[in-house]
Design a protein. Structure first.
Length: 554
């Protein structure tokens, strides 16, 4: 093997570097082996990434057993669930870029021969994948795993139920004691949010696109089997180095299409559109937002999972895991089985080893599909010339028309919902929350959860240039582009304007004459950025449209 780490560790001139590495216990023998960076997103601010320290130990054991030398390093993570509904949520999407940048810097600086990235909360998963695709050194993504379900009144609950309980409480549907009971029992331990929310959607994507070995992601974080999964990922990493299997060999156009099909089939998070676009840019694979729609439209929903279904992410594991989903899609000819995976085997070879639990009804056959098309769709129209994403899972509604209720930030919309000022038929418009306008494109689970909890999910639509949590369900439209901050049409919607949303026709429009739209846009004046200094100001200057994945460009 030709190892780039030898540039750092070998030869007379590298004696000072070896001296420093020997100070912390590395030997000449260690430094002659492939050096594998173990990128850890462990953090003590949330349950999602909480056990990653322990899993890193097992990853490193696997690396050593396979003939490599691990070197662990840290990057950051922001909890979407903890920061939701506050100014702090604006940092979440920004953190995706910081995760990618920091992994890139460590690997370039120390010239690692490969990387195992331990991820869990939403943005750490695409952030790690983006870094691997930039660097194009052999790499494996290891998902820490889902949280186990909580219990309330004898049934499974998740963080989604807590957000919806806030809305129910505001409407007087539950009392203080019940709200506290839901709060106290929704999250029973370590692991990422427990439905097919963004973390589990992107974990599914990592297996389906080939960066994670199959049958690794769906094992819950606190399950004793996770140690063996981590150890195996360390071993696979060394084999990828030996065989020179690189992320761009894996993440081809057909692999991206496989990943999109998995998002459709599992009624996954709208954030997957944003993250897959960003990953494609890093992989230099041509992919536009409009190319999602044919795949979403032809792929039925076959996984009965929250937020729109009955089961939790842990139930997917009990049913046989993500390989069962892969096998279903392969047998149905919805994916390309020839795509390479990080193991060196094809998608079809990996999926062939799926072991479905007899009698399970979580992952359904196509003849029993829950929906004839995927759980999200791409819309266009005079309100979204560059496109937007609508969530279709969890309800049968496809169209809505009603008066705009316009809010310049999430907090104002949340107050309107909890104060009972939003009525059936309304279209809640939340703007200046886009990639630049927020900045950071906040998720709106607080508002969407409150709408559902208030019993308005079937009668109210919400649209925003911000994002939604994967736990969001209801008639919700996000990623409206161009965003308000950039002078997109959403910036000139006025209170009472009639908004039409038609998922059947793929349309999002405001019902005003074209001349009136031009007049309003001509009169629109740009706003000053909300942050003048620091990382948020830098991000505002560098970030591109949601229709481009909200990536940062110099």
């Amino acid at each position: 093997m030709k190892l780039q780490s030898h540039t750092i560790t070998q030869g007379r001139d590298r004696a000072p570097a070896r001296a420093m590495l020997k100070a912390i216990g590395f030997t000449d023998e260690d430094l002659a082996k492939p050096i594998i960076g173990v990128a850890n997103t462990w953090i003590e601010t949330m349950p999602c990434n909480y056990n990653l320290r322990e899993l890193a130990v097992k990853v490193k054991e696997g690396i050593r057993a396979a003939g490599g030398t691990p070197m662990e390093f840290n990057t950051i993570a922001i909890s979407d669930g903890v920061t939701m509904g506050t100014e702090g949520m604006k940092t979440s999407l920004v953190s995706r870029e910081v995760v990618a940048d920091s992994i890139e810097l460590l690997v370039r600086g120390h010239m690692f021969d490969g990387v195992v990235a331990l991820v869990a909360c939403d943005k750490t998963i695409p952030g790690a994948a983006m870094a691997l695709l930039r660097l194009n050194v052999p790499g494996v993504v290891l998902y820490g795993g889902s949280i186990l379900p909580g219990k309330h009144k004898g049934h499974d609950i998740s963080i989604q139920d807590v957000f919806e309980a806030v809305g129910a409480h505001a409407r007087g549907k539950i009392d203080d004691a019940e709200l506290r009971d839901i709060e106290d029992h929704a999250c029973p331990g370590a692991g990422a949010c427990g439905g097919q929310f963004t973390a589990n959607t992107m974990a599914t994507v990592m297996e389906m696109i080939g960066l994670s070995p199959m049958n690794t992601a769906s094992v819950p974080q606190v399950d004793p089997r996770k140690d063996a999964v981590a150890y195996r990922c360390g071993e696979i990493m060394l084999e990828a180095v030996r065989r020179n299997i690189r992320p761009r060999d894996v993440c081809t156009r057909k692999a991206f299409e496989n990943a999109i099909a998995s998002v459709a089939a599992t009624a996954g998070s709208t954030n997957a559109v944003l993250h897959l676009l960003a990953m494609a840019r890093e992989a230099e694979v041509p992919l536009t937002i409009d190319e999602f729609e044919p795949i979403l439209a032809r792929t039925p929903v076959i996984v009965d999972i929250k937020p729109g279904g009955r089961y939790m992410a842990a139930d997917v594991d009990k049913a046989g895991g993500i390989p069962v989903i892969a096998k279903r899609l392969l047998d149905g000819k919805y994916v390309d089985g020839s795509a390479l995976t990080v193991t060196g085997r094809t998608f079809a070879e990996e999926a062939a080893e799926a072991k479905e639990t007899p009698g399970q009804d979580v992952i359904l056959p196509f003849e029993k599909a829950l929906k004839p098309r995927g759980g999200i769709a791409i819309l266009h129209g005079n309100l979204a010339p560059e496109g937007c994403v609508i969530k279709l899972a969890g309800h049968d509604k496809k169209a809505h028309q009603g008066p705009a209720r316009v809010f310049e930030r999430e907090e104002d919309a949340m107050a309107a919902v909890t104060d009972n000022r939003i009525k059936a038929g309304d279209v809640v418009v939340i703007r200046y929350e886009g990639p630049r306008g927020g900045p950071g494109m906040r998720e709106m689970l607080g508002v969407t959860g409150a709408i559902v909890g208030a019993g308005l999910s079937d009668s109210v639509a919400l649209l925003t240039d911000g994002r939604f949590s994967g736990a969001t369900h209801g008639f919700m439209i996000a990623h409206v582009a161009p965003e308000a901050f950039n002078g997109g049409p959403i910036a000139v919607v006025e209170e009472g304007d009639q908004i039409t949303v038609d998922a059947n026709k793929g349309v999002l429009s405001v019902d005003i004459p074209e001349a009136e739209m031009k007049k309003r846009l001509a009169a629109w004046k740009p706003r000053d950025p909300r942050y003048k200094t620091g990382v948020m100001a830098k991000y505002c200057k560098l970030v591109e449209s949601a229709s481009e994945g909200a990536i940062t460009r110099a």
